[in-house]
Design a binder for this molecule. Structure first.
Ligand code: EPZ
Length: 415
């Protein structure tokens, strides 16, 4: 890889075993939750990715002290003193949203730069703010910043119109120290919600119902430090499994909580792969051309995850027939389509639909990662392409994949 470019000469078959990195989307809200307790936290198996780096910079801005030992992260929140989160760079922007609930819970006021959207969509935070307002917070929208304050957060019946992952996390983070009981209706069911709730319980919180649409939080006067192991990243695991399918490979991924994969094993079998999975490992072997998928729609957990939609589109471009994908979570998440067409795929997208003709013989080409998951999917597509593919924009991929070079080498891929 030179600078932000990766070169892969295909076709290549993945083969080997890999211990999957820690989960970005579990780590970020857990790091935000450390603000709610005074003490020294030990977080194991934490992914060293740029989104985590940005979150840690924000925690340091707030007065926390951070120390890495390999993948073990030590967070000391005893000196936490600052409710103003100032940051530059869009990358940190998304992380600031996750801090809303925890800084409000600890400091009773919060100021963050107004989070912009990103390439996959506007990313509004109306559900976050409405949930926090139901707990007593009042927000002022200033020119470039969002300021929130509350005398004392109080328990409430909170209703989410959509099971937003981030809004569910922010309401939980604000409710654990609130005065009274909060019942969150319409909560997200993603595994990352259960991980956050488990972490908060280790800190002394009283939470029940996480993983179901109704979560009950009984506020407690204070929370203490805790030690936790971040689970492996289900989206990183899923990305590599699609890579194995595309390149007709054979992989075994270790340390992956299979329950976090939802219906993915079933879908991989539908594509024609041999799949074996138990507790914390999954084995996939592909010996044939992908089967097409007549229709697939992205949905909140346990539906097919939007974060793997690009990898599925890439795999289906080599399938033996027509497939149809509907993206129902984000409004602009088919940016991989024009890049796959440069590789010879016959795929078109319009609004929230993509139509994939299949039977493409992908050719190596210069393609560009425009966002995190689309970029990772292009790397998987390169495994199935004839000739060299250059993927630029690797800085997007590094937001969520800790060391994709080393992971792919362990899976037998020459880069
Ligand atoms: C989380 O984003 C993940 N990020 C995303 O992963 C993931 O794609 C998404 O959940 C869905 O699973 C993290 O966990 C850090 P949402 P989040 O709130 O919380 C709309 C990746 O690649 N919405 O469930 O932002 C929103 O615009 C990233 O790792 C509102 O309208 O997702 C979107 O269309 C990408 N108002 C939909 O809901 C709100 O207040 C789902 O968003 C909040 C969300």
């Amino acid at each position: 890889m030179d600078g932000n470019k990766l070169y892969i000469k295909g076709p290549q078959r993945m083969h080997g075993e890999l211990l999957v990195q820690g989960s970005k989307n579990a780590a970020l809200p857990i790091l935000a939750a450390t603000i709610l307790g005074k003490g020294i936290f030990i977080i194991h198996h934490c992914p060293r990715i740029s989104d985590v780096k940005h979150m840690l910079e924000l925690l340091e801005d707030a007065g926390c002290r951070i120390h890495w030992e390999g993948h073990m992260l030590i967070v000391d929140t005893r000196e936490l003193c600052n409710y103003r989160v100032s940051c530059s760079g869009a990358g940190k922007m998304r992380s600031t949203v996750t801090l809303l609930g925890s800084i409000l819970g600890r400091m009773h006021q919060v100021e963050i730069p107004y989070p912009g959207g990103c390439t996959i969509g506007k990313r509004p935070i109306d559900l976050h703010l409405r949930g926090l307002e139901q707990l007593g917070a009042v927000f002022e929208h200033q020119e470039h910043t969002l300021y929130g304050k509350v005398k004392m957060l109080h328990g409430a019946q909170v209703y989410l119109d959509f099971p937003s992952v981030g809004a569910t996390e922010n309401v939980l983070l604000a409710a654990v120290l609130a005065d009274g009981t909060t019942v969150l209706h319409g909560a997200a069911l993603e595994p990352e919600i259960v991980e956050l709730a488990s972490f908060l319980r280790k800190m002394g919180a009283d939470i029940k119902g996480d993983g179901t649409p109704v979560i009950t939080v009984k506020g407690v006067p204070k929370l203490h430090a805790a030690e936790y192991i971040i689970p492996s990243d289900r989206i990183v695991a899923g990305t590599y499994l699609f890579g194995a399918v595309m390149g007709c490979g054979e992989v075994r991924l270790l340390h992956v909580p299979v329950t976090h994969l939802g219906k993915l094993p079933e879908l991989l079998e539908q594509l024609g792969a041999v799949v074996e999975a138990e507790d914390d490992w999954i084995y996939v072997r592909m010996e044939r051309q992908c089967r097409p998928v007549p229709y697939m729609v992205t949905a909140p957990f346990p539906g097919f995850p939007t974060d793997l939609q690009s990898a599925l589109v890439a795999a289906l471009s080599t399938a033996s027939g027509m497939s149809f994908i509907e993206e129902k979570i984000f409004e602009a998440r088919f940016q991989i389509v024009e890049e796959l067409r440069k590789m010879g795929a016959s795929v078109v997208s319009e609004d929230s639909f993509a139509l994939i003709d299949g039977n493409a013989k992908l050719q190596g080409a210069h393609v560009e990662a425009k966002e995190l998951r689309g970029g990772a999917a292009l790397i998987m597509a390169a495994l199935a392409a004839e000739g060299e593919t250059c993927i630029s924009g690797m800085e997007y991929v590094c937001r969520g994949y800790e060391d994709i070079n080393s992971d792919l080498k362990k899976l037998g891929i020459m880069i």
